[in-house]
Design a binder for this molecule. Structure first.
Ligand SMILES: Cc1cc2nc3c(=O)[nH]c(=O)nc-3n(C[C@H](O)[C@H](O)[C@H](O)COP(=O)(O)O)c2cc1C
Length: 369
């Protein structure tokens, strides 16, 4: 699975993998792909430093990248306490009532919620970058818009490629004009924050709109034929997120959640504002149903919703309260039916890719080409 971009980066396969887990990122790079570590959960620079040390030591000298979240709409000078104060009491009550209805225990005295919104604040993303720029990362990716101009300039000074996720051709053109090097065209099927255009439609639109900038196709890709389809649509590679969640290297800390993922079909996800306030594809659960119910208070905008539900999400995860237990994941979850190593995923992708290409070659031969 070689393209101009994979040759430029010196990787064997033009398959990029987003993951919150350093062990998965390292395994993706070792398998010949390009591992990209998600930084959003690192609110303490020391934790990021520790995990980048580990990743660097375990990537066997292969290139890897970092993904930061820098929302295009900045929340300047606003602290977490300011955001807390904006949350209406009715919404807090709704959280309490929903948890009580499912008998979710509280956290122990002094036990902090493991999930904070601060990773989405520009000042925190900047502390992550201050750490990351000391490591030999080859790619800096950004969700929710391109990084600010000074960050792009610093990345380019260090010979890093900058990528940004786009859910429409209009956004992709904006990203290109901001000076990024790679657009990740992420379709509706994808896990996490996502737009409304399917990968099949979005990819060629973005390829045409930003030509000759390289485009990676994302959303709903988890097999070799899908990789072949993405390259046929003009992408220079693929960007996969969901498929790694059920790999043996992933650390979900919840056997119940892994079981739910393995059992879920492609129709068991929903694009909901329940988790962050922005539409994000995730497993459909009693939690998303409660927030999406038109008779309820509805989700607050980002970043209020993330802060409102942070503690609740930690409690649901800690006690594995099955009806409420979920995670961002895309429609490809329907093909995630067994726990496999990252290497096994790559073996499957490359084998399926070769078969798909052979099939196309036979069709071409029969058509007299
Ligand atoms: C659990 C999970 C968390 C994600 N978090 C982020 C994130 O923090 N930053 C980001 O750029 N993309 C994030 N994404 C989106 C991925 O980068 C990727 O675009 C998407 O997963 C591709 O579609 P797929 O899920 O169908 O493979 C996340 C995806 C998942 C499944």
């Amino acid at each position: 699975m070689q393209t101009e971009l994979s040759r430029k980066l010196g990787i064997e396969h033009a398959a990029f993998g987003f993951t919150p887990f350093p062990a998965v990122a390292a395994a993706i790079s070792r398998a010949g792909g390009f591992g990209v570590l998600g930084a959003v959960r690192y609110t303490a620079p020391d934790d990021l430093e520790r995990d980048l040390d580990w990743l660097d030591a375990h990537a066997d000298g292969r290139p890897y990248g970092l993904d930061v979240v820098m929302p295009a709409k900045k929340v300047e000078g606003v602290t977490e306490a300011d955001v807390e104060a904006m949350i209406p009491e009715a919404h807090r009550r709704f959280v309490r009532d929903t948890l009580a209805a499912h008998g979710v225990p509280g956290l122990a005295e002094g036990e902090a919620s493991g999930w904070r919104i601060t990773g989405w604040m520009e000042q925190v993303a900047r502390t992550q970058l201050a750490v990351a720029f000391d490591y030999p990362i080859r790619l800096l990716a950004s969700a929710l818009g391109p990084p600010p101009a000074d960050v792009i300039a610093r990345a380019h000074d260090r010979d890093l490629l900058v990528a940004a996720l786009a859910g429409s051709a209009r956004h992709a053109v904006k990203h290109r004009d901001a000076g990024i090097d790679i657009v990740v065209a992420q379709g509706y099927e994808a896990g996490g924050h996502t737009g409304e255009i399917a990968t099949m439609v979005l990819t060629p639109e973005v390829v045409d709109a930003v030509d000759p900038l390289p485009v990676l196709a994302a959303g709903g890709i988890g097999s070799g034929p899908q990789v072949a389809a993405a390259l046929t649509l003009g992408a220079q590679g693929v960007w996969l997120g969901s498929i790694w969640l059920t790999t043996t290297e992933a650390d979900l800390h919840s056997p119940a959640l892994t079981r739910k993922l393995l059992a879920a079909g492609s129709g068991d996800t929903v694009r909901s504002r329940a988790l962050t306030g922005k539409p994000a594809r995730q497993l459909r659960t009693a939690w998303t149903d409660a927030w999406d119910d038109p008779t309820g208070p509805g989700a607050l905008p980002m970043p209020l919703q993330g802060l409102l539900v942070a503690e609740a999400v930690s409690r649901i995860q800690k006690y594995e309260v099955e009806p409420l237990l979920g995670t961002p994941v895309g429609q490809i979850v329907g093909r995630m039916t067994s726990e496999r190593s990252v290497q096994a995923v790559f073996d499957d992708l490359t084998r399926g890719f070769e078969q798909a290409v052979d099939r196309l070659c036979r069709i071409a031969e029969r058509s007299g080409r």
